[in-house]
Design a protein around this ligand. Structure first.
Ligand SMILES: [Mg+2]
Length: 125
């Protein structure tokens, strides 16, 4: 039954999932969530503050095979999504909801310092 679309009972929703401390907190759980959403006709995308040029992880690369992944580079997620990403999001799932409306508070210098470490560490948001 995996990936089979069941009867859709509502309008299709676009659901945005965060990465750090959300998806990576329990990838197995969120993969099941993604499957359920897709089986009922909904779309799940991932929107992260991370930078597409510097901050990808093996887990993100795997996820890119399953759903669209968007990297806002520290820009407020709602604004970025509506201008450059998948557009209007119906439901946001994020451990730091302020990231949906606010730009990252970290300077380019602070991020450069963070990037010298282990990139699996949580993005400093
Ligand atoms: Mg997060």
């Amino acid at each position: 039954m995996k990936n089979e679309v069941l009867e859709i009972t509502t309008s299709p929703l676009t659901i945005a999932l965060d990465y750090d401390c959300t998806y990576d907190a329990d990838p197995t759980f969120w993969d099941l969530f993604i499957n359920n959403a897709q089986m009922t006709g909904h779309k799940v995308v991932l929107l992260t503050y991370r930078d597409a040029n510097f901050d990808k992880t093996p887990l993100l690369l795997e996820l890119e095979k399953k759903i669209p992944v968007y990297y806002t580079g520290g820009v407020a997620k709602r604004w970025w999504s509506e201008h450059f990403g998948p557009g209007k999001i119906d439901i946001w799932i994020d451990d730091r909801p302020e990231a949906i409306i606010n730009n990252s508070q970290y300077s380019p210098e602070a991020l450069a310092e963070w990037r010298k470490g282990d990139r699996e560490r949580h993005y400093p948001t």
